[in-house]
Design a protein around this ligand. Structure first.
Ligand SMILES: *Cc1c(COP(=O)(O)O)cnc(C)c1O
Length: 342
């Protein structure tokens, strides 16, 4: 394996993030050994999984002499918010093209949550109604920046290319080291998957270590299941060749699709239950778009006996990767306060 220290990187996260047991949730859903990896605590402007990716992306941007980061995402993108914070942190400009595509709406969605924070963090925000408008906005940004003599570093949606995914190759190493220190072994890591860099990095990272850890992605993004799996497979191949390890077997790429509901960013009953259950059993805040649905998947799979049953007997742990997203709670105020009254 090529050493991770060979790749340019700017330290921005509070790492390692904690790996903690969730005994009260475990008792509630009857899961013998349940842990949470707190990547919501990466520290960069409320944190989240994009911080680890941005350490490598911004490292490469600075190495290339770029002045401006150009990022893409949905209106309530956590990635956009962390990109804006990373740019501020290293003194770069940040320009964001945000797609207004989520079919769920309430007044707070357009003004609060991540969008409010993007503006506070000093990013220039362009809002596009569709892909054509987004492409035109990106072209305009490129022209404006180059007319001003500034070099632009373009970050793909979700920071998910082989460079960004290096952050999760590192996270896999961190998880193995922490679980060894705590004296348990990991059976499965569960994570929400959208642009797939997180899952791809973890899969490659565990493979690089020869660690037999299953990574289970919960699709929170694409109704087209095959398309999501193809993106994941392509990205895993890119990461394994970047870090110079053998290709990973297709059987290591596992995604469950049934927790997406009506689509990206659209609340589901399972999400409502998961967000409430984590808050009340562990004092942990999830988010409505990613971790709420990922946790709904974990809860259902445990209840159905597919995951983490005591009958497994070998005591290997289930680890939920908390990928962040908490600012999204405030953009879904109406959806979530309905739950309070249930
Ligand atoms: C982006 C994001 C994810 C998904 O990560 P990918 O690497 O894009 O698959 C999960 N959770 C949160 C909170 C996110 O912001």
């Amino acid at each position: 394996m090529k050493p991770i220290s060979d790749f340019p990187r700017i330290a921005m996260g509070h790492l390692p993030t904690p790996l903690e047991p969730m005994p009260r949730l475990g008792a509630e859903i009857d899961c013998a050994s349940l842990y949470i990896k707190r990547d919501d605590c990466t520290g960069l402007a409320i944190g989240g999984n994009k911080t680890r990716k941005l350490e490598f992306l911004v490292g490469e941007a600075l190495e290339q002499g770029a002045h401006t980061l150009l990022g893409f995402g949905a209106l309530q993108s956590n990635h956009a918010r962390q990109t804006a914070a990373a740019a501020a942190r290293v003194g770069m400009r940040c320009r964001l093209v945000l797609l207004d595509l989520v079919q769920y709406r309430e007044p707070a969605y357009d003004v609060s949550g991540n969008l409010l924070l993007d503006q506070l963090l000093g990013a220039d925000v362009q809002i596009a109604k569709n892909d054509t408008e987004a492409a035109a906005a990106a072209r305009r940004v490129m022209e404006e920046e180059s007319a001003a003599g500034r070099k632009v570093y373009v970050i793909p949606t979700g920071g998910s290319n082989a460079v960004g995914a290096l952050g999760y190759v590192e996270c896999a190493r961190e998880l193995i080291a922490q679980s060894e220190e705590l004296g348990f072994s990991i059976d499965t890591v569960i994570t929400g998957t959208s642009s797939a860099g997180t899952q791809a990095g973890l899969v490659a990272g565990f493979a690089a270590l020869g660690a037999e850890v299953r990574v289970l992605g919960i699709n929170v993004y694409k109704p087209d299941h095959a398309a999501l799996e193809a993106v994941l497979a392509g990205l895993v191949d890119e990461v394994t060749s970047k870090i110079e390890i053998p290709k990973v077997a297709k059987s290591a790429l596992q995604v469950r699709h049934e927790f997406l509901g009506d689509g990206y960013g659209i609340p589901t009953e399972g999400m409502h239950e998961a967000v409430g259950l984590l808050a009340r059993s562990e004092g942990i805040l999830l988010d409505p778009v990613y971790t709420g649905k990922a946790m709904a998947g974990l809860i259902t799979l445990v209840r159905d006996g597919e995951l983490g049953t005591r009958a497994d007997g070998d005591g290997r742990a289930i680890v939920f990767l908390h990928t962040g997203g908490t600012p999204g709670l405030f953009a879904y105020r109406d959806a979530l306060s309905r739950q309070e009254n249930d």
